[in-house]
Ligand binder design. Structure first.
Ligand code: GLN
Length: 212
């Protein structure tokens, strides 16, 4: 993708705070597209799964036969899940055990911080350049463990809060609710650096035909 081109990034707009993500994407150099139906994934350069209530999102996805299409999309495109979105992306979900898309090699526990401290604004060191980052937690999950290919970019009490595994990113907090745009910019950069799925298919076919 050319430096000057603004990638088109979808925001799953079933429920939750998708509008804040759309605004954050605009401020980070991308054009947001609200996604409510499987066919709206067509041609998007990446996708954000926002925070909200993962069980409600799951019910909607299953009822509208959207789960499988979303899983197929997330298996090959850049995706970023925040809070409930991170729960949806994980390989394994606890409390209670629930279905997920399984594209992030992580085990996640929902609503992991008891009632009194379920919402908090904290600051933590991050591997993103620019110093400590603000993290807004709302009934947040906890990433209990991650696989060897998952890079941890920030933590809370030793547990990962911001992670990256190739073209998949996840945060247990809400970066869209802070004014700092480093997290969204990092995702937009990842989208820019990932060849479009159509190009990948073309290269694969070209390779098979013996053409460089
Ligand atoms: N508690 C929610 C869940 O389990 C996540 C909360 C959020 O996205 N802010 O899905």
């Amino acid at each position: 993708m050319k430096e000057s081109t603004r990638p088109r990034i979808g925001v799953l707009a079933i429920q939750g705070d998708y509008a804040a993500h759309a605004e954050a994407l605009t401020e980070s150099g991308a054009d947001p597209v609200e996604v409510r139906k499987p066919e709206q994934l067509e041609g998007l350069d990446g996708l954000i799964l926002p925070g909200g209530e993962s069980t409600t999102m799951l019910k909607f996805l299953e009822k509208h036969k959207f789960f499988e299409a979303l899983k197929a999309y997330c298996a090959v495109h850049p995706v970023f899940g925040t809070c409930a979105g991170a729960i949806l992306l994980a390989r394994e979900v606890h409390r209670p055990v629930q279905r997920s898309l399984g594209v992030l090699d992580a085990v996640v526990e929902r609503n992991a911080y008891g009632r009194q401290i379920d919402s908090a604004i904290l600051h933590a060191d991050t591997t993103l350049p620019g110093g400590p980052i603000e993290m807004v937690f709302i009934r947040a999950p906890r990433i209990l463990s991650t696989g060897p290919s998952v890079e941890v970019m920030a933590r809370r009490d030793g547990f990962a809060t911001l992670v990256r595994q190739g073209r998949v990113m996840a945060a247990t907090f809400h970066p869209e609710l802070s004014s700092d745009r480093r997290v969204h910019r990092a995702f937009v950069e990842a989208v820019r650096g990932t060849p479009a799925a159509s190009e990948v298919a073309w290269c694969r076919n070209a390779g098979r035909a013996g053409t460089p």
